[in-house]
Design a protein around this ligand. Structure first.
Ligand SMILES: Cc1cc2nc3c(=O)[nH]c(=O)nc-3n(C[C@H](O)[C@H](O)[C@H](O)COP(=O)(O)O)c2cc1C
Length: 374
């Protein structure tokens, strides 16, 4: 058997995992329209990737209507969406899998065409993403708009939306939730100095910029209990206009502030693969999140970004991480754990079908055994 460290058991919160190879959260933009509820195609996709005692972190799901920035992304704020997710969860559980849902608000990474009443996207401050283009709801490429800064009085309402979404995920039968604090979205916009110019208690000092992350996480913990809540961060990442000039003090403080909550896990995106959803990023000579933050974080550490079976096994054996999440090669290898364990060859992924569409590039990647029989 290959990779004994990767294929060793791990306890995350109350869950006894049989291996340490998790499915990373992956936005695929294939929910039903206009309900934005998961549909049978999504059920099939997740069921294909479920393994006994294997952790799946389901794709980022907006907690409220202002949290969207792209089409076909599943929500977690209506009864229909909860019912759709229930089908996904039941199918994963039927195969013995464990499934968390990633809770999302994009903040400024949106366009007014996705917003209720065509209003501007909301963000900590009125700072547009420079240089990059975004897509409108009808598919045109346009520059990012300058978002509207949230009033201080509106922030409790956004935190309540995370709390309600956490309750909805519980109702849908998930095993836990992950707070999406990575990749330049709303929480990271609060964390980082160039996107947070606020002068209230949510801006300015590192302590103030971290407040929103901590308040959201605590709200979700109130619903779930800490041992079924994870948080994802991307220090040193460059995605959607993110980039803290000196990440170490900020992220050291953030990780130290999360420690006392005793969460199920902390989940990083390694900076070398930052922006993997958009391009074949594999930055050289960048710091390693797991190596930098392992000594600071007291709990289970998951990381993701360009891992192979070899490097994942080595990272776990060296004690840098407890589990490794795989993204792109889990898209094209529904039976990824088995393929790595047995040393079967991997199917390459097709970037053109990552986002949107139907079964092509989604549920039609064969398992190894199906290839053998073909
Ligand atoms: C198509 C695609 C969609 C993604 N969607 C999300 C997402 O919803 N939430 C998130 O935190 N990361 C997202 N990511 C990042 C992945 O979770 C992962 O961290 C990244 O792909 C690096 O891992 P890999 O090298 O194994 O692909 C996405 C990446 C890709 C390629």
């Amino acid at each position: 058997m290959n990779f004994p460290s990767l294929f060793s058991p791990l306890k995350i919160g109350p869950y006894q995992l049989k291996h340490r190879l998790a499915m990373a959260p992956l936005t695929r933009m294939r929910a039903a329209k206009p309900s934005l509820a998961p549909r049978p195609l999504n059920v099939e996709y997740y069921a294909q990737r479920a393994t006994p005692g294997g952790l799946i972190i389901a794709e980022a799901s907006p907690v409220m209507v202002t949290g969207f920035g792209s089409p076909g992304v599943p929500g977690i704020y209506t009864e229909q969406q909860i019912a759709g997710w229930r089908e996904v969860v039941d199918a994963v559980h039927a195969k013995g899998g464990v499934i968390f849902l990633q809770l999302w608000h994009v903040g400024r990474v949106s366009h007014s065409s996705f917003q209720p009443g065509g209003a501007l996207p909301v963000a900590p401050s009125a700072v547009a993403i420079p240089d990059l283009k975004t897509g409108t709801a009808d598919g045109k490429a346009v520059p990012y708009e300058t978002p509207r800064a949230l009033e201080t009085s509106e922030i409790p309402g956004v935190i309540d939306a995370y709390r309600q979404a956490a309750k909805n995920a519980l109702k849908a039968g998930f095993d836990g939730v992950e707070v999406h604090g990575a990749n330049g979205y709303l929480i990271e916009q609060f964390l980082q100095s160039h996107t947070n110019l606020r002068t209230d208690q949510y801006g300015g000092s590192i302590e103030n910029r971290t407040r929103f992350l901590i308040e959201v996480t605590k709200a979700v913990v109130e619903v779930w209990g800490a041992d079924r809540v994870g948080v994802r961060l991307s220090p040193y990442g460059v995605a959607n206009g993110s980039g803290e000039p000196d990440p170490m003090p900020l992220y050291t403080y953030a990780v130290q502030s999360l420690n006392p909550l005793r969460l199920a896990y902390l989940h990083f995106i390694e900076p070398r693969s930052s922006g993997a959803g958009r391009a074949e990023a594999n930055h050289q000579n960048v710091p390693s999140a797991m190596v930098l933050f392992r000594p600071i974080w007291n709990g289970v550490l998951i990381t993701a970004g360009g891992f192979t079976g070899e490097t994942a096994d080595a990272a776990i054996a060296a004690g840098h991480a407890d589990a490794i999440a795989f993204g792109r090669i889990f898209i094209s290898n529904p039976d990824l754990p088995r393929r790595l364990q047995r040393g079967f060859p991997l199917t390459p992924y097709n970037r053109a079908t990552f986002y949107g569409g139907e079964e092509a590039g989604y549920t039609d990647y064969p398992a190894h055994d199906e290839l053998e029989q073909a």
